[in-house]
Ligand binder design. Structure first.
Ligand SMILES: [Zn+2]
Length: 152
């Protein structure tokens, strides 16, 4: 999914309309503020920017400025915190996944996006992803929720 997002190959409303699919409402399912493109959903949308702010605070990162999805995928190149920090920031894919899931839930299940729930989903999925790797077996959920930095 991240690969498709980076190459603008996700079936967003705008991309579907470009391919002659009849899309009566091309507005973003998360915010209704702009036409729905991958760049909007994952970087420009206020729901996405709020989620990214939550992740930045949790990870102790400086503000992530990315106006296109492809730049989001390169954030880990500039991460601090050594190898562990870079691995945690690889979680950018988890953030993109959770935003996409919130967008899909809005369209297909009529659920309004909840920024706090999206950030919580990112934390739990990333925890499970790292915990399943032998190198990260000792991470503890209680500490993880406070900050991912306790691991560094
Ligand atoms: Zn939006």
């Amino acid at each position: 999914m991240a690969w498709r997002a980076k190459r603008n190959r996700l079936p967003t409303k705008l991309e579907l309309a470009k391919r002659n699919v009849d899309i009566p409402n091309k507005m973003c399912a998360l915010s209704e503020s702009c036409e729905e493109s991958a760049d909007h959903i994952f970087s420009a949308c206020f729901v996405a920017t709020s989620v990214w702010e939550g992740i930045e605070r949790w990870c102790g990162l400086e503000t992530i400025y990315a106006f296109e999805v492809r730049y989001l995928m390169e954030v880990f190149n500039f991460a601090t915190g050594g190898k562990m920090g870079k691995r945690i920031v690889h979680g950018v894919i988890v953030v993109v996944w959770c935003i996409k899931k919130a967008r899909d839930d809005s369209i297909f299940n009529g659920k309004k996006a909840n920024i706090g729930k999206i950030v919580a989903s990112v934390k739990s999925l990333l925890f499970l992803w790292l915990k399943s790797r032998s190198r990260f077996k000792k991470i503890v959920w209680k500490n993880w929720c406070k900050s991912s930095l306790y691991m560094l």
